[in-house]
Design a protein around this ligand. Structure first.
Ligand code: NAP
Length: 247
């Protein structure tokens, strides 16, 4: 198995894309830290699913905007599995509204979780990733960070901010032999997209050459590649997983 014994921390992995990544990496032999903020039941359910498939996992509560909470999660990870080899910054939120109506609070909230959380987790796990044999940082951005999207000025800014962040950390981590990459999913079937009206979703799918939404497994398979030793010479990249949306 390609991830045998590698310890992977995935933020926001009780549900949605993070859950898909956690289960995929667990099935490949990784030790998985299932981070959650509020979805405790789903987090323990994810742990059970991973264990039932023969993997090892723990649930770790931490709000990624809370530095001390993230440090406690790192300590929990160290006590159970040792230092992390892979950090996936996946936790994210939206607060959509047309720019003229957007409040400063909606701007700050989206920045705090998507970018501030990425800052906190990357800094807290930095030494682990630096010292790991083939350490990996993987940031989950979005097609919206490249293309923009009506009503998502805050989210688009945060997600494109991840590109510059990733390229810079890739340069700094390279000196220690570890890598940093971004995955930019297209519209993926999760609770986040459930909130989008069917009429809008139909329009989105009409603009996808592969003519469907992504499933969480489509994203997880690419994360698995980036997390494994197969991607040793890939760093500072943004990998689009969007069914050809920008063709
Ligand atoms: P989702 O179904 O809404 O799930 C969001 C996840 O983020 C939940 O597990 C949630 O944890 C966690 N989270 C939110 N705020 C957090 C915080 N402060 N601390 C810790 N965890 C927090 O979203 P998703 O669709 O799976 O999206 C996952 C990532 O992919 C996000 O970064 C999103 O921007 C990105 N993405 C999604 C799509 C899409 O179409 N779905 C497309 C491109 C990119 P709790 O439930 O425990 O609160």
């Amino acid at each position: 198995m390609s991830m045998d014994g590698r310890t992977c921390v995935i933020t926001g992995s009780a549900r949605g894309i993070g859950r898909g990544i956690a289960e995929y990496l667990g099935a490949e032999g990784a030790n998985v830290v299932v981070n959650y903020r509020s979805s405790e039941g789903d987090a323990y359910d994810a742990v059970e699913t991973i264990e039932a498939a023969g993997g090892e996992a723990i649930a770790a509560q931490a709000d990624v905007t809370d530095r001390e909470g993230v440090e406690a999660m790192r300590d929990h990870c160290h006590e159970t599995f040792g230092p992390a080899d892979v950090l996936v910054n996946n936790a994210g939120i939206t607060a959509d509204t047309q720019f003229t109506e957007m409040t400063r609070e909606e701007w700050d909230r989206v920045m705090d979780v998507n970018l501030g959380g990425t800052f906190n987790c990357t800094q807290v796990f930095y030494d682990d990733i630096w010292n790991a044999d083939e350490g990996r940082l993987i940031n989950i951005s979005s097609v919206v960070g490249k293309q923009g999207n009506f009503g998502q000025a805050n989210y688009a800014a945060a997600k494109s901010g991840m590109f510059g962040f990733t390229r810079t950390i890739a340069l700094e981590l390279a000196q220690g032999g570890s890598t940093a990459n971004c995955v930019a999913p297209g519209f993926t079937r999760t609770d986040m997209v459930e909130a989008v009206p069917d009429k809008v979703l139909d329009r989105i799918v009409a603009g996808v050459p592969l003519a469907r939404l992504a499933e969480v497994e489509d994203i997880a398979a690419v994360v698995r590649f980036l997390a494994s030793e197969d991607s040793s010479y890939v760093t500072g990249e943004v990998i689009d997983v969007n069914g050809g949306m920008d063709l």
